[in-house]
Unconditional design. Structure first.
Length: 175
């Protein structure tokens, strides 16, 4: 469970806990949060092809959300406005993790792989979650059904196959 993060030092500590101690961040305080952007070395900056996204840590809850690469003051304004309006932030939550997706391979041939995919909601341990089969066509990569959980499972399994040369027999993703 996340806890309030009222100080800049607590924000730095939480970032180190979640992302590792070797990354430095620019941190901008807003009324309701801490807008954080990774600081890149000149080499990393030269290799970066797109804008650098921001994270926001809610001062009230300690929840970390990922946001676009818009300027930090713009992200801060948006975050404060949505918080004051009682709306969810525009970014997506990355800490604490909200769900676990577990894949188990059921079938594979040269064109297709089928996984049994089980989704568990981490904040609701009594909720049984859901289980479904996901069929992935290997070339070109397509999946059925086309819901978000299937897309995440497919993306993860495909990345594993590219890294290791074989599709994984099973695996777990937490988001």
């Amino acid at each position: 469970m996340a806890e309030p993060v009222p100080t800049r030092e607590q924000a730095r500590h939480l970032l180190a806990q979640v992302f590792g101690p070797n990354q430095e961040y620019s941190i901008l305080e807003s009324k309701h949060g801490w807008v954080c952007q990774p600081m890149l070395s000149p080499e990393e900056d030269a290799q970066r092809g797109m804008g650098l996204g921001n994270y926001v840590i809610s001062k009230h809850t300690g929840v970390i959300t990922a946001h676009s690469s818009m300027p930090m003051p713009v992200i801060a304004e948006e975050f404060d406005a949505t918080t004051e309006a009682g709306q969810p932030p525009q970014g997506y939550q990355i800490h604490p993790k909200q769900r676990r997706i577990h894949l188990t391979r059921r079938f594979e041939d040269q064109n297709t792989i089928v996984y049994r995919v089980h989704l568990t909601f981490l904040e609701s341990p009594d909720d049984p979650g859901m289980t479904q089969e996901v069929e992935i066509t290997k070339n070109p990569i397509r999946h059925r059904p086309t819901d978000r959980v299937s897309a995440v499972a497919t993306s993860w399994a495909y990345e594993q196959s590219r890294n290791t040369g074989t599709w994984p027999a099973e695996g777990t993703i937490e988001q």
